[in-house]
Structure formats: C-alpha cells, structure tokens
Design a protein around this ligand. Structure first.
Ligand code: CP
Length: 343
C-alpha cells in the first residue's frame, strides 16, 4: 500500500496521482482473491446519505461488515437531523444541525465519514461549490469519502477503471466511447465527468459523443484534454449519435443536463426531446469493435437510455461493473484508514 493515502479525504479521483489510483486498483483486485482477516475490527464508518442509493449504500455497508467493521447509515431529514452547510447561516429554517458540529461529532465515534450529496440543480455555480461535501471535509478530522457529489463520483470511477482492467488488462490505447443518452429528466454530471476524466487519465482514446447543447463544462474538458495528453491518450468530441460507435472498444452511456438551461429545465425540454433518438441500440452496438462491452453506472432506464437487447445481451457488463463497487470501496476504506495492509 501507498502510505500517502492514509488519512486523506477521497473527494475526487483526480485528487490522486495515477500511481495512487493504480495502488487502489491493485488493492481492489487483490481483495477479490484474498481477504485480510477483520482488519477493521472495532472501527466504524458513518454513511450520510442526503439522496437515495442502491449500489453505494449496499456496497459500503457490506464492505465495512466484510472487513470486520461497522457502518452507521444516516439519512438527514428522515432519520437524522436536517443539515446546514453554509457558514454564517441563520438557522431558523428546516435544518437543525450544522455540519460544523455534525462532522466532528461523528468523528468522535466513527473513523471515516461517507457523504452523498447530489446537486440541487438550480444553479450550476452553486452546485459546483459542493458545499455539503466540502463542509464535511473542512470540519472532519477523519477521512471523508465522497459517495457522489455535484461534480464527482470517485467510487464509481474507480469501479469503472477496475472493470476496464478486467476487460482489457491494460486499457491504455483502447477506444472508449462516452455517449450521452436520452433520459426524461436532467441529470447531474458527476458520473460522466468522472468517467471521462478517468478514461483520459488511463491513456485511452476517448470519444465524447453528445448532442449540441449538452456540452460538459469547459474546465472539465480542459482537464480531460490535459489528462489525455499526459497519459498518451487522446480526446475528441462528436455531435453524432451513430458514427462514434464505429470501432469503439467500449461504450459507456450516460445522460446529463444541458448547461445552457441549468435550473430552467422546462425550457430545456425541446432540446432534450429533439435528442430522444440518442439511445444505445443493438444497431449502434453492431458498429463497434467485436464484443465491445457496454457500461453504465446504474440505475438505468430500460428502452429509454438503452435497449433491453443490449442490457440483456452478452456484451453488457453493467452487473459486474456494479459488483466492482465492493472491492474498490474496501480498497479505499482500508487505504485511507491504513488498515489490513502490509507496509
Ligand atoms: N451507481 C451508483 O452510485 O448507484 P446508486 O445511486 O444506486 O448508489
């Protein structure tokens, strides 16, 4: 293990050097074949979910249990006090507790804090500040793990990278297609942004395909281009739902909101409806390299984002991709806590 990982927050995968990401992936792969014996005995994680989850919650809770530790799941506003993140807030509204107290208090009983806080989707500038996640990071003396924020889903991106390793061995130089797909609702950019950055940093030949009007932020694209240049990969953008499938060696589908209409989603509707044809179909998958896998972070809307035939076919890796959330989460927790590892 790389001792540089111990005690750090895990907020975005790009906060970690490529060598550190490789360490996490090696460790996750190792955990799939050999488990240390209860390295987290007596240790706990607080998992704060401000939004719903199936995979993240199940994998994190089971990760803690398998490692001999314990997870406390808290749902602010439901079974825990509604939280305030803003400095200087006059707390005369719904929030009963400030993260300035909640984070250090949780750290008195827990060794790590996981936080899921989706964007509000009203103002991109406000969402991009990731106030809840950043407040936990600022006020927690123990590592904070981002379980998905406005901009990043690093646990998902790590599982995606493990999946790419399992498919290709070394994914360097392979053709990775990240395609926007129609979804009836405007979705956050955390997953596509994290997948794009991870693939570019892994040295893949990345194509981002999306309709005009569904750009990712300029700073994300600039960072992706820099990662591609540094890793020996490349990055191109297409506004065509078909041609980018030609020769793709892996297809990753995701939907996201139009930046021009952020927070004004009724106004976005015509643009979104005009892109209803951006669906992953068998016809499109037939254009890829032979046996190119289909990836999606899940949950996914069948026959809206992707056809049943693709999801139920032999090229879909969405279930093992989700299954990779368990070893990658275990690797992150063990590495941040410096537990159960040879030094
Ligand atoms: N992919 C993912 O994070 O799934 P959940 O939202 O179900 O946790």
């Amino acid at each position: 293990m790389n001792d540089e990982l111990v005690g750090r927050h895990f907020l975005a995968l790009e906060d970690f050097l490529p060598s550190e990401v490789d360490t996490l992936l090696d460790r996750a792969a190792g955990l799939m074949t050999a488990m240390p014996s209860r390295p987290l005995e007596g240790r706990s994680a607080a998992l704060v979910f401000l939004n719903p989850s199936l995979r993240t919650r199940a994998s994190f809770e089971v990760a803690m249990a398998r490692l001999g530790g314990h997870a406390v799941v808290l749902t602010p506003g439901a079974d825990a006090w509604k939280l305030e993140a803003r400095d200087g807030a006059v707390m005369d509204g719904a929030a009963a507790e400030h993260i300035r107290e909640a984070a250090p208090v949780l750290a008195t009983t827990c060794d790590l804090i996981g936080v899921r806080s989706f964007p509000v989707m009203e103002s991109f500038a406000d969402d991009a500040r990731e106030e809840v996640l950043r407040a936990f990071a600022a006020h927690s003396p123990v590592p904070v793990v981002n379980m998905e924020s406005a901009l990043s889903h690093p646990l998902q991106a790590l599982a995606d990278l493990l999946t790419l390793r399992q498919v290709f061995g070394d994914p360097r130089g392979r053709r990775f297609l990240l395609t926007w797909a129609y979804h009836p609702k405007p979705l956050p950019i955390a997953v596509p942004r994290s997948a794009l950055l991870a693939a570019c940093r892994a040295g893949m030949r990345v194509t981002l395909a999306r309709p005009k009007g569904f750009e990712l932020p300029d700073d994300t694209m600039a960072l992706a281009a820099r990662f591609a240049a540094e890793s020996g990969g490349d990055l191109s953008v297409r506004e065509d739902p078909d041609e980018p499938f030609d020769g793709a060696e892996v297809v990753y589908a995701k939907s996201w909101a139009s930046p021009a209409f952020y927070g004004r989603f009724a106004d976005e509707a015509p643009l979104r409806e005009a892109a209803r044809g951006w669906r992953v179909t068998e016809r499109r998958m037939a254009r890829t390299a032979p046996n190119a896998p289909f990836m999606h972070c899940l949950p996914v809307r069948r026959n809206v984002v992707v056809d049943d035939a693709v999801l139920d076919g032999p090229r879909s890796v969405v279930v093992p991709q989700a299954g990779n959330r368990l070893p990658t989460t275990m690797a992150v927790v063990l590495s941040l806590l410096g537990a159960g590892v040879a030094r």
